[in-house]
Design a protein around this ligand. Sequence first.
Ligand code: BGC
Length: 767
Amino acid sequence: MQRKPQLVLVLGWLMALAAQTGRLPAQGGDFRSTQTEARVDALLAQMTLEEKVGQLNQLSTGSLSGPKQVVDNGDELIRKGWVGGILNAVTAQETNIFQKEAIGGSRLHIPILFGLDVIHGFRTLFPIPLGLSASWDPDLAEQTARYAAQEASSQGVRWTFSPMVDIARDPRWGRIAEGAGEDPYLGSAFARAYVRGYQGLRLDDPASIVACAKHFVGYGAVEGGRDYNSTEISERTLRGVYLPPFHAAVEEGAGTLMSAFNAINGVPSSANAFTLTQVLRKEWNFRGFVDSDWTAVREVMVHGIADDARTAALKCFNAGVDMDMESNIFLNNIAELVRAGRVPASRLDEAVRGILRVKFALGLFEHPYVVEPAASGLAATPAGDALARRAAEESFVLLENRMVGDGPLLPLAAGPGRKIALIGPLADSATDMLGSWSCQAVSGDMVTLRSALSKRASSGGMPLSFARGTDVSGTTDSGFPEAVAAAMGADVVVMALGESGRSSGEASSRAHLNLPGNQEKLLEAIVATGKPVVLVVFSGRPLSIAWASAHVPAIIMAWFPGMQAGPALVRTLFGEAEPAGRLTVSIPRTVGQVPIYYNHLNTGRPRVDPIGMGSDKPDPYYVTGYIDEANTPLYPFGYGLSYTSFSFSPVEVSAASVSASAINKGESQLTVSADVRNTGSREGTETAQLYIRLRGTSVARPVRELKGFQRVHLAPGESRHLEFRLARDELAFWNADMKDVAEPGSLYVWVASDSTQGTPAKVELTE
Ligand code: BGC
């Protein structure tokens, strides 16, 4: 008896703590709570079959502006209660108009859920997700997501089709820009961070929006990098590589997932009962709902697994898709399929429950409308600018910084009279800085490199000349002479080259990974002047810049940095900000190396084995690889330079051996430690990366796998002792029996600055 109050207190404290950390939203704002379930039960009991099916229907406004462009009879559908969700309504006026029709006009007054692709900001634009992931700073991603949620929700948009958590190992695929790169561990950390940021501590906070982890699943593995293509993924690779970030998002409380376009081993993702029901619902106990990707339900007919819309509806719905984006197929078929006994009534209830849970949890029934702002609408704010600038600065990866004269070229020496030439088609292109999915951001808010550098140059008495040189996909050299003349007259040249903002993202796969058009030729012409060149690469994907890498002394990978591109770059160029980003994707030397990723298998004939476990006498010829190119990437996963330098002490482990079964039972774990030291003369931030390799296991494991990382800011000469934990989550893998367990064998552990560095410590994993 005495223990009860204590237990209640402890439970209360745990709940409060969980609510604070966002892990377990408090009752009212939680779609998994009993309170929400009671409300869902009550409403479901009042719904007709048609009204239930209506909730499964999601329509798009016809364009990104102008209200009321739903399908011809959209108003009528809304009044009948046959529209559960609308996408692409972007202003408070628009969402309110539709909402009034639903609340005022329909029998049960069920509010509409408005969704939008809020991918890297709403009005305030942050770096593209691939760029932001290079910060290796999930907390920063969480802050940007929170900011975007506040802006979007103010317009009635309470649902974002983000984060994209697709693992991408192929930079030809344009959508690599939208995710966190090639690694499932890092991808999972970012997946969690975005969900926390969007959904906040409580979903019923009017500034929270529900997340949608997409595209479920395997979309990043499309054949040849061609968007929408097919995938062949073994169950082990699916579970070990592609599913973990989705699982992380679901564990973090993501309310929705989006089913993908691609077929997995012949079965379209949007009709895939294995992924949508077995894994998502049965194994992960997902309680939210699954939205199809745009017309993905209709497309299963094109894939060839349904001859008519009715069969498409049957297959997708029974497999586990709950809401139909834009196909109009569920609306027209599910009621009849239920009556015919082809769709169980319980399946319909399950789907409607998921949708209603999310709507209740968001507080939409209590607060369906938003306050309409003044005609001027949402504006950029100083706080948003500051966050956008910091996010951009943290996303930059310094690829090269060679000595020019007495020291490295960057940071640039400043001083009155120092002449700078700025050259390239991306130096002053506000539209390209938007990248893909720019939502309500306006190009007028994008501060370009040229505009920020002009400001800095004029305040610092540094003459600045500018020449575009060529276009992004330029074919004529007519602008070269002006550019060469500008370079000749300068002390240092900054070049802004890369892709257009629309060359990555959806339907933007590339067969080539070089700088488009004649940009490399322009670069060669400028380097030939002998002037020191800093190359800033804007791009939504890794580009094969082997020539630049060999000939240009300083290279910054800037991705698409968002609205504060210019100020962030200028501060970095002059050393007020440090480039602390690290690659989250391998940069290939040439497109022929693709797919290329650090966590590959060793094979029986590796060219080089990082722990010397190749054949006894490595044969120079009969090894895996190319006869005309190296196997290694131009820049590896985890790589990035700093304005200072760091060293790592030998890695230490808490035990020389540990029992695999104790690890599996959660009774044992390892502590891994190393000291990182700033060996340079400037303060700086290093990202210590923990990698493992397992050998002697029932299936071959990758040559390295990321299992931890820590960012540390160090003063010159300062060192920090870092500790990492290796337990079941880090050591288990899907073994030969398809069990997710740690196995006996050897474990190698590195703590290093990237995926190619360091010397491992060895641990025996005993029975
Ligand atoms: C994309 C999704 C997006 C949806 C809605 C689709 O074409 O694949 O990522 O969320 O459109 O705009």
